[in-house]
Design a protein around this ligand. Sequence first.
Ligand SMILES: CC(C)(COP(=O)(O)OP(=O)(O)OC[C@H]1O[C@@H](n2cnc3c(N)ncnc32)[C@H](O)[C@@H]1OP(=O)(O)O)[C@@H](O)C(=O)NCCC(=O)NCCS
Length: 187
Amino acid sequence: MILSEGIAGQEAQIIALFEATFAASEGASEGAVIGDLVRGLLSKTPSEDIYVFTAHDTPHDTAHDKDRLIGGAIFSRLVYAEDPRSVFILSPMAVASPRQGQGVGQALLRHALTKLRDAGVDVAITYGDPAFYGKIGFEPLDPERVAAPLPLSMPIGWIGQSLTETPLVALTGACSCVEALNDPSIW
Ligand SMILES: CC(C)(COP(=O)(O)OP(=O)(O)OC[C@H]1O[C@@H](n2cnc3c(N)ncnc32)[C@H](O)[C@@H]1OP(=O)(O)O)[C@@H](O)C(=O)NCCC(=O)NCCS
């Protein structure tokens, strides 16, 4: 397996991976919603506000003769109006259905968090299942102290971690996200 950063002309494959993975796990309409979300993130987000990390199987791993995309994790910038720290949110993330439950997701996220830390990102946040993300260091956040950009339908999924030695206790000020995430239906 190869873990990489960047899109490198793979927009269509990345969108297709997210659409197929969420269609398989949550139904066709959710697959379409997440596919559109990823299309929007990749096309509308300024390059300094987004990181895309991917996992590929190589011919060595499979019977195929080309690398195959098996995982993706998209981070985009959150801005806290009165806080100078660099904050990114992971949303969404997917591992291809036949490769789930084999450690790909955890390996991809560990790689991503190391790269973000090296790039000077202070805080990583996500909005998802604490049972999975807790394995990679995400802990519950108090929305009163770390605001979300839009109202949360499942506050239990609001989780994050510091990438520095300073504990993540609070981020000050109102929170805003990139345009593609600024949609109440996905929160
Ligand atoms: C969630 C997801 C990204 C995890 O990636 P993965 O490669 O399957 O996960 P890993 O194999 O690295 O880790 C799985 C571990 O987390 C645990 N886990 C807890 N909740 C889980 C969940 N909702 N999904 C998958 N694993 C979960 C598993 O039991 C397993 O634990 P173990 O290693 O002790 O056996 C992947 O399953 C996926 O794409 N699911 C469908 C889409 C989705 O829900 N995306 C996340 C929301 S944005």
